[in-house]
Design a protein around this ligand. Structure first.
Ligand code: FES
Length: 167
């Protein structure tokens, strides 16, 4: 079984021979970016080979500059792991430092100030012609709501405001 060694972080993992490097990293919950899921089209899964970097693939020649290639940077999804490798992960650095920094700086519970609520309401009818804003507020137990500009019926017309329109 080949070993992936990350000397900067004193971390080693064993992987199955012949497996895809990107999948190995993801499988071991190591941070590697991707927007294409390992298809070789986004160019985000950059890793640095600290020795014996493999030949570049056509996809890498599109996404990596000559400086990157010379430094041993490759796209993880383009290569299989056949032998022991020494690598550097850019996001491993960022994620551990960012987490430690966040823990050190934040001594408060995070509260986004936004709550997601699912409402199922009866459609307006002849017997219930209240404005949608009132109906939503009522369905939330009479809670007072602040409507954003994008939802505010008086500004966007997305919900019925109850204000009769002249024709
Ligand atoms: S994951 Fe998108 S190029 Fe590798």
């Amino acid at each position: 079984m080949p070993t992936l060694h990350f000397p900067k972080h004193e971390k080693k993992i064993e992987v199955t021979s012949g497996s895809n490097l990107f999948k190995c990293l993801r499988h071991n919950q190591l941070p590697v970016q991707s927007a294409c899921g390992g298809m070789g089209t986004c160019g985000k899964c950059r890793v640095k080979y600290l020795q014996d970097s493999p030949s570049t693939t056509p996809s890498e020649r599109v996404h990596l500059g000559p400086d990157d290639v010379n430094k041993g940077i490759r796209l993880a999804c383009m290569h299989a792991v056949d032998n022991d490798l020494a690598l550097e992960l850019f996001d491993l650095d960022m994620s551990t430092n960012a987490k430690e920094q966040l823990h050190a700086e934040l001594d408060v519970a995070l509260d986004p100030g936004v709550t997601k609520v699912f409402l199922k309401m009866e459609p307006a009818s002849r017997h219930d012609q209240r404005p949608d804003t009132e109906r939503v507020s009522s369905a939330l137990g009479g809670r007072r709501l602040r409507w954003s500009k994008t939802v505010n019926p008086r500004r966007s017309g997305r919900a019925r405001s109850g204000t009769p329109r002249s024709r």
